[in-house]
Design a protein around this ligand. Sequence first.
Ligand SMILES: NC(=O)c1ccc[n+]([C@@H]2O[C@H](COP(=O)([O-])OP(=O)(O)OC[C@H]3O[C@@H](n4cnc5c(N)ncnc54)[C@H](O)[C@@H]3O)[C@@H](O)[C@H]2O)c1
Length: 255
Amino acid sequence: MKRFEGKTVVVTGGGGGIGGAACRRFAAEGARVAVLDLSLDAAQQVTAQIVAQGGTALALHGDITVRADVNDAIAQIEAKLGPVDVLVNNAGWDVFKPFTKTTPVEWERLIAINLVGALHRHHAVLPGMVERKRGSIVNIASDAARVGSSGEAVYAACKGGLVAFSKTIAREHARHGITVNVVCPGPTDTALFADYKEGAGNPEKLLEAFQRAIPLGRIGQPDDLPGAIAFFASDDARYITGQVLSVSGGLTMAG
Ligand SMILES: NC(=O)c1ccc[n+]([C@@H]2O[C@H](COP(=O)([O-])OP(=O)(O)OC[C@H]3O[C@@H](n4cnc5c(N)ncnc54)[C@H](O)[C@@H]3O)[C@@H](O)[C@H]2O)c1
């Protein structure tokens, strides 16, 4: 029996690097997967890969900062794939520069995507999970939330907020059979990380510095993340809630 057979899983930012890898893993483990992304094209590419492997997936366009988009997407998913059993809040975005060089317009966009977007999604799925007395939520934060990261001050603030929010929602909804946990990727080779390297000015030097600093000797690949994400979403983690796990090759060893 596959771990997610008969379950509906929603992954936001499912067209991206880590989100795409998570979608493929959930589908391989039997889930019906809703791939929600700002880029419908990227979401469709991931669903095509899943369908080609014999899985079930639905691509949806939606901006997680727009409440109506989130509500519409959840309604469509529930009509086509069934009630949401697992929500993975993965969509994210960053601007890489020192805080004093950032603008309030950038702060607003960062907060809208990385923090408020997650609030919309929890608000949309939690009432149904409470009614059914089951559900798992996995929030993708960042090691920037745990140990800070130069050039990512507002992003780090949002991800830190997401960690605190996750713990509180975990407490509020434990009695409803809902678990909420957080995965914090370290530097991982995706489009977002490519922007980070460019922002640093000397991408090759930065990469070398990371490789030296990471105990396991390399930056992460998107496929390094789904194991932890799927674990928290699965029944194997049914007695685990409000926890934060770094997947960063040992770069951070937060207690
Ligand atoms: N790559 C890293 O080094 C790294 C490190 C720490 C944390 N993270 C986190 O991992 C998550 C996934 O990032 P990734 O590295 O795979 O990046 P990515 O850029 O490959 O994927 C992000 C996806 O989110 C989507 N997205 C962005 N804004 C959206 C919006 N408003 N509505 C809907 N979709 C939206 C994008 O279209 C994209 O497909 C993010 O939350 C990111 O903050 C990544």
